[in-house]
Design a protein around this ligand. Structure first.
Ligand code: DGI
Ligand code: FE
Ligand code: FE
Length: 193
């Protein structure tokens, strides 16, 4: 399916608020791609489908992930907040016919990130935080950083998620920590150069 066809399908299947969020991520991801010399069309497509599985029941997410032969650990498998990335990646391939592995990876990892993120993964991860309809405390700081330095923006995003999870006494998934640590190491390396 092309961009417009997928967009129409999402408008039909997602809640209005989620659909508005998705359109915000599309425009933000395109701007970030242009700023950092990434492919804006890929960024728009990855952003469009990034939350396509977010509102599915957990068993449907689990089936989608298994259908690709993926077996994330039990914590992810039983947590829709973390599973909707992998499930969305599976659904984007199955329902929308997306084959581009950069796009599928960006969707898979958009919630937790990972160490060694590709540029498109960073762009989707960050666009998800700073799209215009996001209004959480500290979002302006992440927005400013995002357009100055992509890695510093990603790091600010991680700091905000991890602080929030700590304040809510929530479990912090390993991949979230690993992605954060990776950004700390690369920013330390940049400073020493
Ligand atoms: O799908 P969105 O709401 O647009 O945003 P998202 O995919 O970035 O985040 C989904 C949720 O996942 C969000 O409420 C924060 C949560 N989350 C991110 N990292 C972790 C996490 N939750 C737990 N428990 N542990 C994590 O490491
Ligand atoms: Fe999401
Ligand atoms: Fe999102």
């Amino acid at each position: 399916m092309n961009f417009e066809e997928i967009q129409k399908d999402l408008e039909k299947h997602l809640s209005h608020a989620r659909y508005i969020h998705v359109l915000g991520v599309v425009s933000e991801a395109e701007k970030l791609a242009l700023q950092y010399g990434a492919d804006p069309e890929k960024a728009r497509m990855a952003a469009l489908v990034h939350d396509c599985a977010k509102e599915l029941p957990l068993p449907d997410m689990q089936k989608l992930v298994h259908s690709r032969g993926w077996y994330p650990d039990d914590y992810v498998m039983n947590n829709g907040s973390l599973l909707h990335g992998p499930a969305g990646s599976a659904l984007a391939a199955k329902k929308y016919g997306i084959q581009d592995s950069d796009i599928l990876m960006a969707v898979y990892y958009h919630t937790t990130g990972r160490p060694g993120m590709a540029q498109l993964e960073k762009i989707i991860f960050l666009a998800d935080y700073i799209e215009p309809s996001r209004h959480f405390p500290g979002v302006e700081e992440i927005r400013n950083e995002a357009y100055k330095n992509l890695d510093q923006g990603v790091l600010k995003g991680y700091e905000s998620t991890i602080s929030h999870l700590l304040s809510q006494h929530q479990y912090i998934y390993e991949m979230t920590f690993k992605g954060y640590n990776d950004m700390i190491l690369s920013s330390a390396k940049r400073k020493s150069e």
